[in-house]
Design a protein around this ligand. Sequence first.
Ligand code: HPA
Length: 267
Amino acid sequence: MIEKAAEYIKSKISGEYRIGIILGSGLGSLGEKIENPHYVNYCDIPGFPVSTAPGHAGRFVFGTLNGKNVMCMQGRVHLYEGYPVESVVMPIRVMRLMGVKTLIVTNAAGGINESFNVGDIMLITDHINFTGRNCLMGKNDGNFGVRFPDMSFAYSPDLGEVALKCADELGMKLQKGVYIGCTGPSYETPAEIRAFRVMGADTVGMSTVQEVIAANHCGMKVLGFSLVSNKAAGLSGERLTEEEVLLIGKQKSAEMQNLIIKITGEL
Ligand code: HPA
């Protein structure tokens, strides 16, 4: 199924794509900055999962960003939509078959670290997979990677350095920290957030961890960013809403875009 999907895309798109980008909730507008864009809608790709989540366009954009060929996902699917974990990571494997070697992942996330403010961008240095699943369970496909992949450098330290340098040159402050991935769709309870803080998490969200496991499995280097769209449950005294998450994404997407555009030029 993965091969069929890649073959379909190759029949529509020519060129080599070594950089893949996944745009999270409310962050899809980077897709509009891609030059000479070609679109492939997920719903036209055989066997490809289509997102029902708000703020996700549901297509690949192929083109150039800062002089580099990129293959960009405007929208992704999540475990909370009811998709099996293999579907959540299918796009990563399709990207691999398209030649992607470097993956940039973005997400909107709740800020657990009390020194983080809404609107901050965090370089993800590591993650905690709290979804209770692992996309590599079941028979291993040795064409993609080994049975027991190492996750010691799941988020490439080298790419992290590039990101910090680019942020510095743009005069942007980047937070650094650990992302914890949950299934959702309910937001966390305040007690869960307190527990996650003790575990060492700085942001919390409902995506990313399975994609990053699959990307590491198939030998990609990963760079990840969380946009802090809200303070995590119990930290602000307010209720959490999806509208707030999408709004902050819109407001801060220009900054995230500038950073990713600059980084792409350095890859
Ligand atoms: N929790 C989980 N996922 C999220 C949050 C949150 O607070 N904000 C944005 N995505």
